[in-house]
Design a protein around this ligand. Structure first.
Ligand code: SAM
Length: 254
């Protein structure tokens, strides 16, 4: 089969169309409501969108009157669409492991479902620390292990994503890897393949602490009620099982 892992260039136009038309349920009903519920006051602030993709989130955040919005993403095609769609912001192609920005250049970093793609998270947070001003904040979301560190099993003829262990026996069967920082490869329709490095909340609390960030807020996502009438099955699944988790952290002195 002909596919490339994390091919955000190939799917940029489709993603832009789907997000702007409210077709991405995971963003519309789960991830973005969680992020907005955690958003601090960004009025007058210099904002960086890290892994902004086609940057629909720039429109969402511009309503809160930041001083300036800058976006960066590794996908050239996504950035080309972002530049065309949101000309009031500044966009760059670049890697979050090596940001093309100066020390203390931003007051707030917003990163939706992008840090989860990078294995060397310690390096990412060192870069975020460098480009954030004193007391600057980062709000980010990543995949939750309850959804993305699962294993698929067939039970009574139906497919389930599970984390668990075999009860009662010698305990040899363990399904899923909740506690590890694990590579997960997910196949979606149209041969879209996404690779993520999934880790539990404790992993992020520790890495943030080691990089001199203080966690100010933490949330596990919950599908909002508005989804119920549109897709009840999706609502039922992700109202009870967290798909994503969000962290709001503040830069402190070393
Ligand atoms: C799931 S998309 C999220 C896009 C956007 N934040 C949103 O929520 O709609 C993940 C994005 O992370 C970007 N990305 C992955 N690895 C990256 C890296 N090392 N540096 C910068 N961007 C990266 C991808 O190109 C992709 O656009």
């Amino acid at each position: 089969m002909n596919f490339k892992v994390n091919d955000y260039d190939k799917f940029a136009e489709k993603r832009h169309f789907e997000v702007t038309n409210g077709m991405k349920k995971s963003l519309r009903f789960v991830e973005k409501p969680m992020m907005l519920s955690m958003l601090p006051n960004i009025e007058g602030k210099r904002v960086l969108l890290l892994g902004c993709g086609t940057a629909e989130e720039s429109e969402m955040l511009s309503k809160y009157n930041p001083k300036k919005i800058t976006g960066i993403d590794i996908s050239e095609k996504s950035i080309a669409i972002a530049k065309e769609s949101y000309p009031n912001c500044g966009f760059y192609v670049g890697d979050m492991l090596n940001l093309p920005f100066k020390e203390n250049e931003f007051d707030f970093i917003f990163s939706s479902l992008a840090i989860t793609h990078v294995e060397d998270k310690d390096k990412v947070f060192k870069e975020l620390y460098r480009v954030l001003d004193d007391n600057g904040q980062v709000l980010f979301s990543v995949g939750h292990p309850m959804r993305f560190a699962t294993e698929k099993i067939n039970y009574n003829g139906n497919n389930f994503h599970v984390i668990g262990f075999e009860a009662g026996s010698d305990g040899k069967q363990v399904l899923g890897k909740y506690m590890s920082h694990t590579k997960q490869v997910n196949h979606f329709k149209d041969n879209e393949v996404l690779e993520e490095f999934i880790a539990p909340p404790s992993y992020y609390f520790e890495i943030l602490k080691n990089n001199n960030f203080v966690v100010e807020d933490f949330k596990e996502s919950r599908c909002i009620d508005e989804c119920k009438e549109i897709d009840e099955a999706y609502y039922n699944r992700f109202h009870e099982i967290p798909q994503f988790m969000g962290f709001l952290a503040k830069k402190t002195k070393e």
